[in-house]
Design a protein around this ligand. Structure first.
Ligand SMILES: [Zn+2]
Length: 353
């Protein structure tokens, strides 16, 4: 294929942690910095536009307490405490939701929170950044369940009920290496209720941080396509966060989707946090997932702003290197377009009703 004649695809991405990074930022006005292209990290508006990065699922996330205490003690009401207070937990989720709305409000029409595929495609045509709101780990709903409706009204359309820690909704996932994803018991009754309620609302249920039992529970109590927004193939990297072949078969059967995660620890066969990781390792995971899921069920789930990237993928602008390498590895233009955005559009269309 002639690289020069290929139109660069617009990339829609299954997962990033920008909103959490904005919340953690010590800058005076991180929203302004994002919009005006001076924010450090993997993403800002100008770099996204340069990269043809249309947007994706933007995660609202409660970081581990120890991480916040050690690195951002100013974000805590009392650094002498040993864990978040319930009020802090609620406030952290609400603050990140507000940051997403501030991005939209202050962007002069360049950033749009989207709740339909039609809106995302409208953004694509108008060179706007499309934000789909996602929650990773739903601890705030254990404290104030009524906030689900508030967040839904504010645009939330995707939820991963569990993160790695234990909560009211279930055991988290112990992201051990090497380890199978079977790291604890599955969804609690409250977890099942939450999944069923969110699925009824037409929200995407993300299984990326579910341990194996919670994954199978979700399959049993919903009938929507099963989506792992940012996970890789366990056969290539035996990290508990990655998906086994039987899980991939179940995702395929349900018409679901996997977004490939660029974090080196979830890519490498040795599980090391080593940035000297070739782009080809990402392509190997894509190829494996394509083989097991089919062309319609694989996309990107970069984990930008929340992961350790391979050194040749320093930020979103290097997506062109990855796309070029996919071409060199004989991915057709049609397949690249599917992976870059179309598969996400198809699965979101099916889930959001
Ligand atoms: Zn994650």
């Amino acid at each position: 294929m002639n690289t020069a004649t290929m139109t660069p695809p617009m990339i829609f991405d299954g997962h990033n942690d920008l909103l959490t990074r904005l919340w953690l930022s010590s800058a005076a006005d991180p929203v302004h910095d994002f919009i005006h292209g001076t924010l450090p990290g993997h993403l800002d508006l100008q770099r996204c536009q340069q990269a043809g990065w249309l947007g994706g699922l933007f995660s609202i996330f409660l970081p581990p307490y120890g991480y916040v205490k050690n690195n951002h003690p100013d974000k805590l009401t009392n650094p002498e405490n040993t864990d978040f207070t319930p009020q802090e937990i609620v406030d952290i989720y609400c603050a990140q939701l507000q940051l997403a709305h501030a991005l939209q409000a202050e962007s002069n029409g360049q950033i749009q929170i989207c709740t339909s595929v039609a809106q995302i495609i409208h953004c694509q045509k108008n060179n706007q950044l499309a934000i789909v709101l996602h929650v990773e780990g739903a601890e705030f709903l254990a404290i104030q369940p009524e906030l689900l409706d508030t967040f839904y009204a504010a645009g939330l359309r995707s939820i991963g009920p569990l993160w790695n820690r234990k909560s009211l909704f279930g055991d988290g996932l112990n992201a051990a290496f090497p380890h199978s994803p079977d790291t604890g018991s599955g969804l609690t009754d409250a977890g099942k209720d939450l999944v069923v309620t969110c699925a009824k609302k037409g929200m995407l249920i993300d299984v990326s941080h579910m341990n194996e039992r919670a994954f199978w529970d979700t399959l049993e109590i919903t009938n929507q396509p099963i989506v792992a927004t940012h996970s890789n193939a366990h056969a290539l990297c035996p990290q508990a966060r990655n998906l086994t072949d039987p899980q991939l078969s179940a995702i395929k059967e349900r018409g679901g989707m996997v977004g490939v995660n660029f974090d080196v620890a979830f890519l490498r066969a040795d599980g090391q946090r080593n940035i000297q990781t070739a782009l080809d390792v990402i392509i190997d995971h894509l190829a494996y997932l394509l083989e097991h899921l089919g062309d319609d069920h694989v996309g990107f789930g970069s984990d930008f702003d929340g992961c350790l990237l391979p050194e040749s993928l320093s930020d979103v602008r290097d997506m062109d290197k990855l796309l070029a390498r996919m071409q060199q590895r004989n991915f057709s233009e049609a397949l690249i377009n599917q992976i870059a955005s179309e598969n996400w559009f198809r699965v979101l269309e099916k889930i959001w009703h």
